[in-house]
Design a protein around this ligand. Sequence first.
Ligand code: SF4
Ligand code: SF4
Length: 163
Amino acid sequence: MSPVGNENRVLSGLVEIGRGLATVMSHFGREPVTLEYPEVMPDLSTRFHGRLCLLTKSDSTDLCIGCKACARVCPCDDLIQIEMHRDENKKPVIDRFTIDIGRCIFCGNCTEVCPVDCIKMLSDFELADYSREALVLDKFDLNLPGEASDQWRVEHGLEKTVK
Ligand code: SF4
Ligand code: SF4
C-alpha cells in the first residue's frame, strides 16, 4: 500500500477514536438509567403485574366467594383450581384455592373479572424456585392478611375496609 493510503487509514482510525471518546464524554456526569439490582429495587407502578394474591376481609377472613369466574377466564387450562362448599348458613367456604404461578402468563384477566375484588396482583416479581411443585401456590401462600389487604386497597383506590 502507498504511504498516502496508510496515512488515510491512520487518520480515519483517529477520527473513530475521537468519536468514541466524544460519546463517552457526552455520558459523563449523567444520572445512570440502570439500577444496582438487587441491592437497589425498582420503584414499580401500582399497576405492575407481579405475583397473584387473594385479598382478605379486614378481619383476615376469606373474601373470595368461590364463584370460579377467575378460573373460567384464565387462558391457561386448570391453572386456577378452586373447591368450595356452603355452610349451614349458605355462606361459601373455600376448601382449596391453588394457582400454578409457573404457568401463569400474568395477563391479569382473573383480576378483572373477580366480582368482589379479591384476586389481585402484587409488585413481587422474584418468583423463582427450585421445583415446579413449589410454584403451585395454595390459599395459605396466596392470602394477604387483613391489614395488608386494607393497605393494598388504599394504594389502589378501593374502599379500605371490607367486612
Ligand atoms: S394472570 Fe392470567 S394466566 Fe395468570 S392466573 Fe390470572 S388469568 Fe390465568
Ligand atoms: S373470581 Fe374472585 S371471588 Fe370468584 S373464585 Fe375467583 S377470586 Fe374468588
